[in-house]
Design a protein around this ligand. Structure first.
Ligand SMILES: [Zn+2]
Length: 283
């Protein structure tokens, strides 16, 4: 009897340990480097501007960096899709870079973890009520948004509101794709992945920056699938599309390929955004 009780106790202890392990297992959200930046850049940061979706489960912080000289204003969005980590990783790294090396001219707004709940779940979109188009949980299909809609429509509406309020001059939305664009280019009729592309609004400013970016990116990348391509015309109801459609400003969807190591993708995202900031007049 005593032996049986001992065995039961051991089994219970082992089960409890495994349950505890599952509950406390780190979620694949941020790398330790970005987590440290995330912890530092909370609502007490001097660069904190406001929460979008304030007071809800979807609340997400906006940060603001301002040079001494007035100039162009650029909005950068990370974490639109929760399973595209290079985007929200690069957005966090950029917070650190801009706080350590302040800009002298212009303004940069950063929303590092736009769809925060999708990031926590490592999902492209969040769930929507039964019978509703699942893309209504995909922030990048909800622009220009709806103040009375589902949460992602409301968030898109508030991001659109920022563009109006601050008279934003360019929008950058970080994304990733599972496959290289060039790998599938020749197989017409097959899925054309968008890994390693810059999708841009085909307005004058957007086209110009896209061409400069492509030349500069590819000048340092050996021939092969890692080379970047341009794609004109962002998908309807995306952040970049909305920028061109409703504000006639350049909008960019920067796409890295998830087949590459994470740190390589983060570096590519940062390289792209720095070219866009520079060409937009931020220094
Ligand atoms: Zn995406």
């Amino acid at each position: 009897m005593v032996r049986f009780q001992k065995l039961t106790m051991i089994l219970l202890a082992v089960s409890a340990f495994f349950i505890w392990q599952c509950a406390s297992a780190p979620h694949p959200y941020l790398t330790p480097e970005s987590q440290a930046i995330h912890d530092q850049f909370d609502s007490t940061s001097v660069h904190f501007n406001r929460y979008l979706m304030a007071g809800t489960d979807y609340a997400t912080p906006l940060f603001h960096f301002k040079g001494k000289v007035a100039g162009a204003k650029v909005l950068i969005i990370g974490g639109t899709h929760g399973n595209e980590p290079a985007g929200y990783e690069a957005a966090h790294r950029l917070l650190k870079i801009l706080s350590e090396t302040p800009i002298s001219e212009g303004e940069v707004f950063i929303l590092p973890t736009a769809n925060r709940l999708a990031g926590l779940a490592f999902e492209r979109r969040i769930k929507v009520p039964g019978g509703v188009n699942h893309e209504m949980g995909n922030l990048n299909r909800c622009y220009p948004g709806n103040s009375h809609g589902l949460p992602m429509e409301q968030l898109a509406f508030q991001i659109t509101g920022l563009i109006k309020e601050f008279a934003i001059d360019a929008v950058v939305d970080f994304h990733e794709s599972p496959v290289f664009h060039l790998e599938y280019m020749e197989n017409s009729g097959q899925y054309h992945g968008l890994g390693q592309t810059l999708i841009y609004t085909p307005n004058d400013a957007g086209s110009w920056i896209a061409m400069v970016l492509l030349d500069e990116m590819n000048s340092t990348i050996p021939d092969g699938f890692q080379q970047f391509s341009l794609a004109a015309g962002p998908v309807r109801h995306s952040a970049a599309w909305s920028a061109g459609e409703f504000f006639d400003i350049p909008g960019f969807t920067t796409e890295t390929c998830k087949k590459l190591p994470l740190e390589t993708r983060i570096a590519y995202q940062l390289q792209m955004v720095r070219i866009i900031l520079r060409e937009a007049g931020i220094s």
